[in-house]
Design a protein around this ligand. Structure first.
Ligand code: GLY
Length: 414
């Protein structure tokens, strides 16, 4: 079997490693991939457009394509691959707007009674400023488009709010994605990521996870793609699972079916637990990164079998995913300066003898050497009977890796 995986991060490396662990004989292709994926498969070079990828998949008889990164989804890759008769996992263009268009997603949540923080939509700077003058609470200001994951600014006073609005709506710091904005009530609490597999009839959740989004310890500083993750999420108790299913998962499924937004792919619920109630902050229509890196090492079931039973037996209602009764902790090693300016091209040592699991993101292979090539460089995972043990094992491995300007958070899993 030949599988093409789209994306270049630790998530794509984790998907690939898990597939190979379960089936040694599959052939993996990655676009664009990274230094890690080039070790376990073949990175495709010089294929830049979706149509180029279609021709690659046809020419090489690719059996299945798994979309890792949202960038491809928002280019409509699923619709195009399907038009050419190619098997692909991911939402069609309209369903991908649940991630790509926040106003679309919020309107969907409102229509189907999905519990989400209160919000208002603004198309005009003056109206947004006037609203904020009357509203002195902390709020989240969100661009309509996802702006490469940077379009959410939390503000706690009028001055910061004004500055943020000016940057988004006047200076267009996030481009067109800030033409319309959402001002949402700010909820204080514990964040949870629930990734699920959706076969058009059923949404089957994975184990819960927790993402650490900020660059500095104690969730301070700029938003990043994720500086670490743990699983399972200790705040996701049985009663919160029941609340999530009733107030978020089930109405989501109902809405997806009624609105004809069903697809075969992954659906990610970004949740906030506050005062024992769970709220939906956002959907993503893919697997999270670095959640994938913390979840796949705990997955006991054969991932390809799950995909096949979920996607190819479309009538199957009950899909059981088996998880190890263990905890995992993933620490992201990054280049100092990320998520803003950082240097690349630094030699990495310690990787060749590092104990699994670990996943490569922004690093490449050059003449048998590992070299940094991105902001988030390596994901190191510890597995243990408790969160404490998983955390200790991850950090014991972290100290074995060295490169100039290495930065990581010390508090993942604390
Ligand atoms: N970890 C959050 C995301 O994948 O967007």
């Amino acid at each position: 079997m030949k599988i093409l995986i789209l994306g270049s991060g630790g998530r794509e490396h984790a998907i690939g490693k898990k597939l190979l662990e379960d089936y040694h004989s599959i052939h993996l292709y990655f676009y664009p991939g990274n230094g890690g994926t080039s070790v376990i498969g073949k990175n495709i070079e010089n294929h830049h457009t979706v149509l180029d990828l279609v021709f690659f998949a046809k020419r090489n008889a690719i059996d299945l394509t798994i979309v890792g990164s949202e960038i491809f989804l928002l280019e409509g890759i699923v619709d195009i691959f399907k038009n050419f008769g190619l098997e692909i996992i991911g939402p069609h263009y309209l369903a991908a707007q649940l991630e790509g268009n926040r106003i679309f997603a919020k309107s969907f949540m409102k229509k189907y009674g999905i519990r989400t923080p209160k919000y208002n939509i603004f198309y005009c700077y003056e109206k947004a400023i006037n609203f904020l003058k009357k509203n002195t609470n902390s709020v989240a200001i969100k661009t309509n488009g996802i702006a490469g994951g940077k379009g959410v600014i939390l503000v706690h006073n009028q001055n910061d709010a004004k500055k943020a609005l000016k940057n988004i709506m006047i200076k267009k710091k996030f481009g067109e994605s800030g033409n319309q904005i959402i001002i949402e009530d700010f909820l204080q609490g514990n964040e949870v990521s629930i990734i699920s597999i959706f076969n058009g009839k059923n949404i089957i959740p994975f184990l819960s996870a927790q993402d650490y989004k900020k660059i500095e310890e104690n969730e301070k500083g700029l938003n990043t793609g994720g500086m670490g993750a743990i699983a399972p999420n200790p705040y996701m108790t049985n009663s919160i699972w029941i609340d999530f299913k009733k107030n978020i998962l089930e109405p989501t499924l109902e809405g997806l079916i009624i609105e004809k937004l069903t697809f075969f792919g992954f659906l990610y619920f970004g949740l906030m637990i506050t005062y024992n109630k769970v709220y939906l902050l956002e959907y993503n229509t893919r697997i999270g990164d670095p959640e994938a890196q913390t979840l796949f090492p705990l997955m006991k079931s054969n991932f390809l079998n799950i995909i096949q039973s979920t996607f190819q037996n479309k009538d199957q209602k009950e899909i059981f995913i088996d998880w190890k009764k263990l905890c995992s902790c993933c620490v992201v090693l990054s280049s100092k300066g990320y998520p803003e300016k950082y240097e690349i091209g630094k030699i990495i040592t310690g990787l060749n003898s590092l104990e699994e699991p670990f996943y490569i993101a922004g690093a490449k292979r050059e003449q048998e050497k590992w070299i940094t090539s991105g902001g988030r460089v390596i994901n190191i995972v510890g597995i243990g009977n408790t969160h404490e043990e998983a955390r200790r094992k991850a950090y014991d491995k972290v100290v074995k890796i060295k490169f100039d300007n290495l930065y990581f958070r010390q508090d993942i899993g604390l």
